[in-house]
Design a protein around this ligand. Structure first.
Ligand code: ADP
Ligand code: MG
Length: 377
């Protein structure tokens, strides 16, 4: 986790590039900083690896105040990819990727193995590319090398400043797709700077929109699209995108707000009665703070666990899938279909249960907005 608390950056000429930034970048997530040129995105990134230092405020990485960490050490522990990656032209691809592991004095076998593994990861055949020079690679391939160079010593944090901005649109999309695919496995804490909203919407877990050294709005891509804070945000997103998203309903509009629930410490006999009464074949289990714990089904109760002295907590199973209230209905339907779910629970950021979306609630919702035409059925 990266935390910025009341961070100000005043450059030596007196210009205040960041005013009073408070920001959290969660572990394993991609936080995207976006905003017009000059708003302070790159300044924010450079503060994180101490290329520059704040004039006020504190920055913490995993609760450690980074002003106490040696900047050189810190930089070796954080991957950094910039727009014009600056591969060393006289070094081979393999030597370029190995820069940090070499500084860290890994042994040669380990370095070679790691370089090949990383080249494979981004679809560059090690046999073919290992000994080439950067000038013998396309722009997209060079940028891939820049990305894996940043990952080489397996840092838990990677900073990417307009890393894909200089590429042609096709290479750019490919690298975005690769980053999303890689991130599923590597789960790094990534802070990604861009000025391109499409890129932000595509890759971000959280978008942080900046203007004139301040944060204007932050949230999930869905959240920002659904609830732009002001005209600046609306303009930045663009009318077309706002229109597109406004047309698709979200889970919150479709969900059943009163699913049948019970508590972990309740008896099984009581739960069966409740299922009968509510005419359902499963119950959602919440604790006394309404946080979702899992579910039980009538089949589990009746066939697998005949022992009625057992309680709900003895047999409950966790949910593999849950969604946030602003999930697009199209995405909900895809999940229900793909994972063959009877329903899917909707939870807020604190994992509190808000409702469930069932196949039935979707059909009900759609038939409300598309009423049958007269003469049909
Ligand atoms: P962004 O990456 O969002 O385009 P930057 O963080 O690079 O913006 O810059 C933010 C502001 O700080 C800009 O107005 C820029 O001109 C100014 N700035 C950046 N670096 C320096 C510097 N070394 N000295 C003075 N001003 C700077
Ligand atoms: Mg910049």
């Amino acid at each position: 986790m990266i935390k910025l608390k009341h961070v100000q950056k005043k450059y030596s000429d007196g210009y205040i590039a960041l005013k009073d930034i408070n920001l959290e970048c969660k572990e394993g997530e991609i936080t995207v900083l976006i905003g017009p040129s000059g708003c302070g995105k790159s300044t924010t990134l450079k503060l994180l690896n101490r290329l520059i230092n704040p004039t006020k405020g504190k920055i913490y990485i995993d609760s450690k105040d980074i002003s106490n960490i040696n900047p050189v050490k810190l930089r070796r522990a954080i991957g950094y990819v910039i727009q014009h990656i600056g591969l060393f032209p006289h070094l081979t691809i393999s030597e370029n990727v190995a820069v940090v592991p070499t500084l860290l004095q890994w042994d040669n076998d380990r370095i070679e193995k790691r370089v090949d593994e990383l080249l494979d990861l981004v679809g560059l055949d090690p046999e073919t590319y290992r000994n080439r020079r950067p000038s013998e690679l396309s722009g997209g391939q060079q940028q891939r090398v820049g990305v894996i160079r940043a990952m080489a010593a397996d840092p838990s944090i990677i900073l990417m400043d307009e890393a894909f901005s200089a590429l042609d649109p096709i290479s750019r999309e490919q690298l975005q797709d690769e980053l999303i695919r890689l991130q599923k496995d590597i789960k790094k804490t990534i802070v990604f700077v861009t000025h391109d909203m499409d890129e932000a919407l595509k890759i971000a877990d959280k978008i942080v929109l900046m203007k004139d050294g301040e944060i204007v709005q932050e949230g999930t891509p869905e959240n920002i699209l659904r609830h732009p804070a002001n005209d600046f945000v609306k303009n930045f997103i663009g009318k077309k995108r706002l229109q597109q998203v406004a047309d698709i309903p979200i889970a919150e509009e479709v969900m059943n707000r009163k699913p049948a629930t019970t508590f972990p410490n309740r008896g099984l006999a009581e739960s069966v009665k409740m299922m009968e009464r509510r005419q359902v074949d499963s119950l959602l289990i919440v604790n006394d703070q309404n946080e979702l714990q899992g579910y039980i089904t009538i089949y589990d109760v009746l066939y697998q666990y005949r022992d009625e002295t057992k309680r709900v907590c003895d047999i409950l199973q966790p949910f593999q899938h849950a969604i946030s209230p602003d999930t697009l209905l199209t995405d909900v339907m895809q999940m229900i279909d793909e994972y063959k779910l009877p329903y899917i629970p909707v939870v807020n950021e604190e994992k509190k249960l808000l409702g469930i979306v069932t196949r039935g609630s979707i059909v009900g919702f759609l038939s409300d907005i598309y009423p049958p035409q007269t003469g049909v059925m």
